[in-house]
Design a binder for this molecule. Sequence first.
Ligand SMILES: [Zn+2]
Length: 404
Amino acid sequence: MKKQRTGDQNFVKQMNKSIVFNSIKNKGPMSRTQISKNTGLNKATVSTMASELIDESFVNEMESGQSSGGRKPVMLYFNNHAGYSIGIDLGVNYILGVLTDLNGTIMEELSSPLSSTEYTEVKRSLNAIIESLMAKAQDSPYGVIGIGIGAPGYVDLDEKILFAPNLKWNEVDLKADIEGEFDIPVYIQNEANCGARGENLYGAGKDISNLVYISIGIGIGAGIIIHNELYSGTSGISGEIGHFTIEANGRKCTCGNHGCWELYASENALLQNATQQKVLNDREDISLEEIMADAKMGNPKVLHVLHTLGEYIGIGLTNVINTFNPEMVIIGNRISQLNNWIENPIKHVLQERLSELHKENTVVNFSVLGKYSSALGAASISISNFFSTQRLESLHSFPKTIQI
Ligand SMILES: [Zn+2]
């Protein structure tokens, strides 16, 4: 019985510490008195927890500039430079790496094109980028706390990459390979799931509990956030919405199905259509960047293929909104750069096809973080896990106030 009681007390202490920490992190700088008022914890408890957090370098003190007579109150603030995190967006033809502080602010970034999708080549490029980012991190109490990687493909709950069709990888354990190199925790998730986390924490979906992030690049995938938690599915591979059928008798897809959404609404689909429509005369290797440049110049053929793309995106979004009833849908990845030209046709289709009930309750936005959604989301996985192992945050939410 006695042992049980000690366990309970430790648990309550950890909870209180976590409440003080999150109060400072989310609302600081603030004084001990303010924390006590905000959290309902008594001042002695707040002081004890604050001292521990200061000793552990998670919180710093500073004197407030303002004083209403008497001693200036000492303010506490989160030390966002107590450690750093690395986030990687592993694309099909590029790697983008960021080094962030513990608030997810980008301190450094590096990118390199991928000339080969061969596993050992990609791993070599990844190692080089990670090594350079680590070398750029300032000295800090906890150093680089982990590496998150957003990968284009099916990633299971053990974070193994089961299948990455565009990289032509089957069953690779990139997590173990990178951990073997750097000896710090490595986390791997599907790039759309990382993008959803990134936008939910730092971008267009801040404070939104139910959202679907649609990553439209070479293919289409989705990261689904339900009640503030990423929905991974039974085996981790939810969100393969690029393979929704939108044309019953449509073209055959590599997945085995016919008429999949990504055959009509992805970057690949756009580039194919642009080539067929000869938007740049007889050019066959048109890039997204060239399409954007010509759209800005008002090339009518380019504007037409972009309009068609927007309509197809809208048709797929109708399915997404009818399925999930999300508060917000965020369109991200490379296609989001075309927002000026595809937003109107998307909204027109939704206006025509969605029921009034959905129209009232769903907002469609474009990514705010742009090319950084997935890398920042990946970096945030290390940060969450770090705070969780330090018992400062739960991967699930704590009750608001507990006091001994
Ligand atoms: Zn398909």
